[in-house]
Design a protein around this ligand. Structure first.
Ligand SMILES: Nc1ncnc2c1ncn2[C@@H]1O[C@@H]2COP(=O)(O)O[C@H]2[C@H]1O
Length: 743
């Protein structure tokens, strides 16, 4: 696939040439900086070798990318933060050798970064080959950011002595113990270069700031050296690179294998390699995504990892440092005309020319200026951390603020552990903290909303008197709507919330309709909650347990079958709420009273009729009885009677478009009417009506009404008015349910 630049033009080889060469110029300071860092524990004498290694690695990576022709352009650069990880390995080995009394020659120690880089490369290749690129996305961003910032901190601590011009081999601690003093000339030169780049860096878009800083600092040093004894000005970068270090590392590896340190260092080599592989892979994938946005291309995660792994393998054979894709330098190349991986040929050739030609110049660069340039490139926190801080400064809700602060706390903890302890400790603690934070967040979010039965009612048609009772006493019913996963992390918190919520109430409805996953430990917690509520004489109803969700089976499999056997499981929330209201109304009416058959004359829909009118109606209406499950009305049929329900409950069902499945849309209880719609409009039945319990009602046909009209027209008027009153109540309840839904 060929990508083209943003303006859609492919400028051909000329564009690749200029883009590649300018990118090489910009990458150079990163190469120098990483070179200074990677072998730092071995002392200043190894700086030139480090720089050679960094050049070798970056050239190899660029040529490898060009040869592989991975498609969309991606320029590799060494990362100071990752070079610091390799340096840490060297430092650890020197410490071990000291403690164990071994002689550890540098030639042997140099094999350590080579091996770790090899492990990192193989790890990346493996991730790519197994197509596991996406798995890396599960490593939490705060942990990755913590690593990047932690390595920056390591570099800062490591380079500050050089910037301050402390005598070679002395660390910052020497300042306190009085064994080392700041060299004001060296520090002045370094600080000047840093300040210059800091202030002017962004105003010189055509040239890389650190390179200008290096040139300016070096010129100032040379000018001063004509007036003052150069020895006072501090040291310069040691010995120039004698060409490119092709494959010196195999000898060193052989030396290490025969050395007693090899066994001691093996775990650290593996750990460092894997950490490096993970961090570098994540950064490369993020960077590939950024390059895609720039070039409107699409990368293949696994192929990208294979390419990075291959490049790092070649680098390790050159004794080099790690490199990874960089959106910054990719952008530079694209801005200057590059648009495909062919530009990497020129990045490689440009750097090769520099490596061969820079030797004599390198010798003249003051060490403090070099350190200053390294420090300035790592001084900025990584982009993600900056973004979090920017967000925090804006007006935020309390919850978002807490979330941002938690993320930043993880970043700081991981960064400090990387700098002060060990990368593996940092990784483990960072992952553990992220899991805890995630669990807490899910625990908070599992409760979607909660309310009580006096504020929200089911869509059940009831008499006005019953509705009034529910308004007054519905607080005895608590509803908790849940969402997200119910698992060990969220269930305990849920149980606590539930116990607080149910305090002083008789029924708790848990609506699992929006829960996407219930895990076995979550079910155990629900079961304990159920048992506790049962002991206290309260009832737990489970809603949202419709067919096809597998939830009922899960409960049965976990031995939690009491809700099922006791009929406390409901397909939807409205059904559960209706059942809870029925129980409440039954209790308020004194046990079974509500289930007693209402006399037709007492039916609320006949309110306002005179005794004579009631007599007339009682003689006309026909008493009909249904058993549970009987289909009383059928959707679409053209009969037109109206029914006064005096005992039991019916449910209203609509047919789904396929005609097979039915959906329950509401229920109607004794004291209410149904079938009034067809009676009023003459349209076919709008829904099925099915008996939910033993049902008794009085049926009035359209002919009956016509006959009554002839005898006493005010009967119809009163009936219609009562139906209108009932409908008004229904609409008010629906409006409330809708506004609750928006809350
Ligand atoms: N959404 C609903 N909620 C409650 N009752 C309904 C609903 N839709 C229809 N009904 C009742 O179900 C009856 C079906 O027959 P009708 O259309 O004659 O009159 C209807 C109403 O009484």
């Amino acid at each position: 696939m060929r990508a083209s630049t943003r303006d859609g033009r492919d400028r051909g080889w000329a564009g690749e040439l200029t883009g590649g060469l300018v990118a090489a110029l910009f990458v150079m300071p990163a190469v120098l900086g990483c070179g200074v860092i990677v072998f730092a524990p071995l002392g200043a004498a190894f700086q030139s070798q480090g720089i050679q290694a960094a050049f070798g690695a970056t050239i190899a990576a660029a040529l490898f990318r060009w040869l592989m022709g991975a498609g969309s352009l991606h320029v590799n650069a060494p990362r100071a933060t990752q070079a610091a990880l390799l340096a840490g390995l060297l430092g650890q080995a020197m410490h071990l050798a000291d403690a164990g009394g071994f002689d550890a020659p540098a030639g042997v120690l140099l094999a350590l970064p080579v091996l770790a880089l090899g492990v990192a490369a193989l790890f990346q290749l493996l991730l790519g080959a197994l197509r596991l690129g996406d798995v890396l996305k599960f490593i939490p961003q705060p942990v990755v950011a913590g690593f990047v910032n932690g390595f920056a901190l390591v570099i800062l601590l490591q380079q500050l002595p050089n910037l301050l011009g402390l005598p070679e081999g002395t660390g910052l601690a020497a300042l306190w113990s009085g064994n080392g003093a700041v060299n004001p000339w060296a520090f002045g030169l370094g600080a000047l270069a840093v300040a210059g780049v800091w202030l002017l860096g962004d105003r010189l878009p055509g040239l890389p700031g650190p390179l200008i800083g290096l040139a300016a600092g070096t010129l100032a040093f040379q000018a001063l050296a004509t007036a003052i004894d150069p020895a006072l000005l501090g040291v310069t970068v040691k010995a120039p690179p004698p060409g490119l270090p092709f494959a010196p590392s195999l000898e060193a590896v052989a030396g290490l294998i025969n050395h007693p340190l090899s066994g001691l260092m093996l775990p650290s080599i593996l750990a460092t390699g894997v950490t490096l592989g993970i961090v570098s892979s994540i950064q490369s994938l993020l960077s590939a995504a950024a390059a895609d946005a720039l070039l409107r291309s699409r990368h293949d995660s696994s192929r990208e990892l294979m390419t990075q792994g291959g490049a790092n393998l070649v680098s390790s054979l050159l004794g080099g440092t790690v490199t990874g894709g960089s959106p910054l330098y990719t952008r530079v190349a694209v801005r200057n005309g590059a648009c495909s991986d062919r530009a990497n040929l020129f990045v490689g050739l440009g750097l090769l020319a520099a490596a061969l030609g820079l030797g004599p110049l390198m010798e003249r660069i003051p060490l403090s200026v070099m350190a200053g340039m390294v420090v300035i490139t790592v001084m900025r926190p990584d982009d993600w951390t900056l973004q979090m801080v920017t967000l925090l400064r804006r007006q935020q809700t309390r919850a978002t603020r807490i979330e941002l602060l938690q993320n930043l706390a993880i970043v700081v903890t991981v960064a400090l552990l990387v700098a002060m302890a060990d990368v593996l400790v940092a990784l483990a603690v960072g992952m553990a903290l992220s899991v805890v934070v995630y669990l807490r967040r899910s625990a908070v979010s599992v409760l979607r909303r909660s309310y009580t039965g006096d504020r929200v009612h089911s869509q059940t048609g009831r008499s006005a008197a019953d509705m009034e009772l529910l308004e007054r006493h519905g607080g005895a019913i608590a509803v908790m709507e849940l969402h997200g996963p119910v698992f060990f992390g969220s269930a305990e918190n849920l149980a606590r919330n539930a116990e607080a919520m149910v305090e002083g109430r008789e029924t708790l409805i848990l609506d699992l309709g929006r829960v996407n996953d219930v895990e076995s430990t979550g079910i155990l917690v629900l079961r304990r909650l159920d048992e506790r509520l049962a002991r206290e004489g309260r009832t737990l109803l489970l809603a949202g347990m419709g067919k096809g969700r597998g939830l009922r089976r899960m409960l049965r499999d976990m031995g939690f079958d009491r809700p099922e056997t006791e009929g406390r499981i409901h397909a939807d929330l409205d059904g559960a709420l209706a059942a809870a209201e029925d129980r409440l109304l039954a209790r308020l009416a004194g046990g079974e009273a509500v289930e007693d058959e209402l006399a037709l004359r007492d039916h609320p829909s006949l309110l306002g009729l005179t005794e004579a009118q009631l007599d007339l109606l009682s003689l006309t209406a026909r008493r009909v009885v249904f058993a549970p499950g009987d289909r009383i009305l059928r959707e679409g049929s053209t009969d037109n009677s109206q029914f006064f329900l005096v005992r039991g409950r019916v449910r209203v069902e609509k047919r789904a478009p396929d005609g097979e499945q039915t959906v329950r849309v509401g229920s109607i209880r004794s004291g209410a009417v149904f079938g009034e719609m067809a009676m009023l409009t003459g349209e076919p039945r709008s829904a099925d009506v099915v008996a939910d319990s033993p049902v008794v009602c009085y049926e009035l046909t359209a002919e009956d009404v016509a006959m009554l009209d002839g005898l006493d027209p005010s009967i119809s008027f009163l009936l219609l008015r009562n139906i209108a009153v009932e409908l008004t109540g229904k609409i008010a309840r629906m409006s409330r349910a809708v506004t609750m839904g928006d809350a």
